[in-house]
Design a protein around this ligand. Sequence first.
Ligand SMILES: [Cu+2]
Length: 105
Amino acid sequence: MFITRAAIVLLSMGAAAAAAPSQAETIQVSIDRLVYLPAEIEAKVGDEVEWINRDALVHTATVEGGADVLLPANKTGRLVLQEAGSFDYICRYHPNMKGRITVRP
Ligand SMILES: [Cu+2]
């Protein structure tokens, strides 16, 4: 009986350790009245950001010299994060809208 329980505990620990590093997450950022919420997020390479535009205006999530995600009114847009670093982004149509994504390796 003791041996069986110990084996089950070891198996479940092994499964958790193996699954953790490779699991990509989706991080949601809302846009409400020309504001990214939250404005700053942290993620890791392979994660996906999903912007949910709740405004009746077209927005973008645009990194200067990099990614450019179009976000039509009341629609969502997604981006898979490919490289580590800290990225400031704005909306091309409303440059006062500012966000930042910090991507860990
Ligand atoms: Cu905008």
